[in-house]
Every structure is written in C-alpha cells, then in structure tokens.
Design a protein around this ligand. Sequence first.
Ligand code: TXA
Ligand code: MG
Length: 313
Amino acid sequence: MTLTETLHLHPDAQGIETAAALLVDGALVAFPTETVYGLGADARNGQAVAGIYAAKGRPSFNPLIVHVPDVAAARALTQWSDTADRLAAAFWPGALTLVLPLATGHGLSSLVTAGLDTVAIRVPHHPTAQALLRAAKVPVAAPSANISGRISPTTAQHVLDGLSGRIAAVLDDGPCPVGVESTILSLAGAPTLLRPGGLPSEAIEAALGTPLSQHSGDAITAPGQLASHYAPGAAVRLNATEAAPGEVLLGFGAIAGDITLSAAGDLAEAAATLFDALHRLDRMGKSIAVAPIPHKGLGVAINDRLARAAAPR
Ligand code: TXA
Ligand code: MG
C-alpha cells in the first residue's frame, strides 16, 4: 500500500465537500458517526473497498456495514420488509444496523458483502455523517476506523494514531457521543441479535413485541464476535474491585479507578468514554483491571467489548 499524507478536515461545508469528492474519487475517508469513527469508501467501487481491507489489515472474509442517509436509500439496496420498516421508523437514524437480503441490481461491490447474499446497512444520526452521505451521493462502506483487532476509535486522534499515512483524510468532529458500535440485528430470518451495541436490545424487543433470538456463535455471521477483537496491547482482567500490583484500574460507579467510566454509574456516559479510556490506559503500559459493569441496557455492549479485550490472543 502507498503512503499518503492524511488530510485533517473540519466538518464545515468546505471539509464535507472535500471529503465527499475524495470518496467519489475512490479514496478512503474516516468520518464520525454517533457510535465510532468509520473508515469510508464508495461501496460500489471494488478497488476503493479493497483499500479499506488493506489499510486496516482486515481479514477479507469480514463483510462491511454500508452507510446511507435515509430509508429510501436502504430500500433501494435491500429486500425490505415490514419488520425492517417498523424498526427503521423507531430507530433510524441511529445506532442500529440491519442485515437484510440484497436487492437484485444493488450495485455494491461483492467485497463489501464478502460474497454473502445479505448486506448490513445503517443510517447514522450524526450530522457530519449525514452531511457527508448526502454530499457524496454514494453508499459508503465503513468499518470502524482502526487497525483490525485493535481498540475502536472515538476521536479523530485515535483514527490518526492507527491509520495516519494510510488513508486520504479524516473529518474531525470531536468525540463520538454514543461511543460503542451499532447494534447489529439480522432480519434475514427471525430477528436475531448478531452484536450488542449502542441501541440496547431491550428497546428493540419492546418495538417488536417479541424477544430476539441470540446469535449461536458458530457461523461467521458477525466476525466481530471472534475473540481478541477490540484488544488493547495490554492484558485485561475483568470484574476487579481493586488493582493488583502492576495493574491500572478502570473504575465504574462506586469503584474509583485510575480512570473511571462513570462515577455516577451512568451506562450511557460509560459507553461514551469506554474506548478513549482503553486507549489511555493502554498507553500507561501496565495490565488493565476493570471494575464490574451492570449487564443491562448499554452495559451489555460495554461488557461484550470488554470481554473481547480480555480474550486470550
Ligand atoms: O457503529 C458501527 O457499526 C461502526 C460505524 C462506523 O458505523 N461500524 C462498525 O463496522 O462497527 P465493523 O466493520 O467494525 O463491524 C461490522 C460488523 C462485522 O462484525 C461484520 O461481520 C458484520 O458487521 N456484518 C457485516 N455485514 C454482515 C452481513 N451481511 N451479515 C452478518 N454480519 C455482517
Ligand atoms: Mg470494528
């Protein structure tokens, strides 16, 4: 891969225009969403999409999420359904990704779907993501903008720490407000949770009026489920009430740490600060102990990411 100088763009009209032109031109542009920063490419351009895999060092069997500005654009790419309609009305734009069967004549590169007959599709809420998608007028494939297997980026600096010189530009609009990746729900069969994320599954179950099936874990339907994903360089120990010698502590609620996710015990605040805290603790060069996080609402997504960070690798 060739090294380039990565442009650091402001999210004003000029920055959006430049970023959109780069995308249409087949270049890679990192941009903020409400969940994490994405590494975007024109999803119809196979060479551009291949660039994502190369920049991230990502195994090529991992399919990517396609970002579009609205439901109409999502319908054009998929075999839409009543259930999709209900969920989109309730949660789009937002932190929900739907996996749906591909429409015929969808025009997406097969690298985006890794050859599957379904596509993961998302309408982000973030105003800068919305502005970029509307300006570019192409579906944008975007995984999280980090080196594969490392901690996801929630600031432009996190993006540059991993990908500077490997991508054309980053649109910098400060920290991501939700802070963990979108919830992925498959609607290819019965609604099935593939990845817990920024939209709590309780909210989806309430909207559908039925419990969700849980992903059974053998097929590669969501490779984000493989161990050693989101991993810092340091070892991670979960459910700790204090730091052992040689450890730094990530606190929560009443358990104060070297960094505390939310002293008030607020799960939304904890999700929003999780990845930045892991990036900062990782730089301290010690093992990381983590206080228990309640396993409900956004706590399910937080615990999922922490379990991956702690997985043997
Ligand atoms: O919040 C997010 O979802 C962020 C922002 C940038 O939108 N994106 C993100 O993308 O987390 P990524 O590539 O890191 O995770 C995408 C996940 C992967 O685990 C992938 O396997 C799964 O979505 N996925 C993509 N297409 C799929 C499909 N057709 N069927 C099942 N899973 C799919
Ligand atoms: Mg990722």
